[in-house]
Design a protein around this ligand. Structure first.
Ligand code: ATP
Ligand code: ZN
Length: 286
């Protein structure tokens, strides 16, 4: 039996580059010279299927692909039985309802009787149901944001990241239907062998994602300040401390989460740390 893992990824679009980068950071390089719809990876026993993102949940649910990388928005929309294994930290966006700036809006009740254009009828329909809204859904496949301007709908429900597309179309975001990012999904019917290969891939991804969320920091501190430095550093374990050739000074190395980074740096500076170097980490295996 063939134990090669089949992973479905987006053929071309907003997920493609980050997906290929993540796989490459996991040691999986893909050669796809003639842009075929299938490719084998040289370094991991993996076959890649290049698909439209909309088709990925269905392929994985049916077991045609063993796993896939796709936005949660598409998974929720398709509502297929797949298992979400890992949030991947890219393609972060939200699906929101937006109305023309001049339309008054105070609460979801103001959506009653409106016509909303969207490519996400499933998600929007469930949102209306949950909130007791009676509105009609106009399904369109692209350029949703122009629908109100051309009189096709009263409002839209579409993917938003910065919101600048909405603003340039005279729209304002009034409700967030769902938050989304790219995730690794798996078929619910994997053999034990495939499940174990997928766990290996997931482990590599976790090491890369953890590394992306942390920085390695090196600095010189007055030796007398060491207890305070150690208290400030949110280390995995205690930091590495080495004496400097200059009497009374030590070199401290540690790993800090990116989200606390500037706070920690400021505090360290405040107690006399000098010569700080901050370096990206390639992998973190815990
Ligand atoms: P396909 O041709 O594969 O059907 P598509 O046009 O439906 O592609 P893309 O625009 O490539 O989809 O978006 C793919 C996914 O990227 C979306 O489903 C969403 O999860 C995410 N995404 C979309 N727009 C943004 C954005 N502006 N910022 C961040 N992520 C986004
Ligand atoms: Zn799509």
């Amino acid at each position: 039996m063939n134990n090669r893992l089949r992973l479905a990824i987006q053929k071309s679009g907003r997920l493609s580059d980050d997906t290929i980068d993540l796989l490459s950071a996991c040691g999986i390089n893909i050669s796809r010279p003639d842009r075929k719809l299938r490719a084998l990876s040289e370094h991991f026993n993996l076959e890649l299927l290049f698909l439209r993102d909309d088709d990925i949940p269905g392929y994985v649910a049916d077991g045609v692909a063993d796993a896939g990388i796709v936005g949660e928005n598409v998974i929720f929309e398709k509502n297929k039985p797949v298992e979400t294994l890992e949030r991947l930290g890219f393609a972060k966006c939200r699906l929101s309802i937006a109305l023309p700036k001049a339309t008054p809006y105070a609460s979801v009740a103001d959506l009653n009787n409106l016509h909303i254009a969207t490519s996400y009828p499933g998600l929007l329909g469930r949102f209306f149901e949950k909130n007791g809204v009676q509105a009609s859904i106009h399904e369109i496949s692209g350029s949703v944001e122009i629908a109100p301007g051309i009189g096709l709908a009263d409002g839209i429900c579409d993917i938003v990241s910065s919101g600048s597309t909405l603003i340039s179309n005279g729209l304002r975001e009034v409700e967030v239907v769902v938050q989304s990012e790219a995730v690794l999904i798996a078929s619910e019917t994997l053999t034990i062998e495939k499940r174990s290969r997928l766990e290996k891939l997931r482990f590599r991804m976790q090491s890369v994602l953890k590394a992306r969320q942390h920085r390695y920091i090196l600095m010189n501190v007055p030796t007398k300040s060491l207890p305070e430095v150690i208290r400030i550093l949110p280390g995995m374990k205690s930091p590495t401390v080495m004496p400097l050739a200059t009497e009374g000074w030590s070199s401290v190395h540690s790993v800090i989460p990116e989200n606390t980074f500037w706070d920690v740096i400021e505090q360290l500076k405040g107690i006399g740390a000098e010569g700080m170097l901050v370096v990206p980490i390639e992998k973190m295996v815990l």
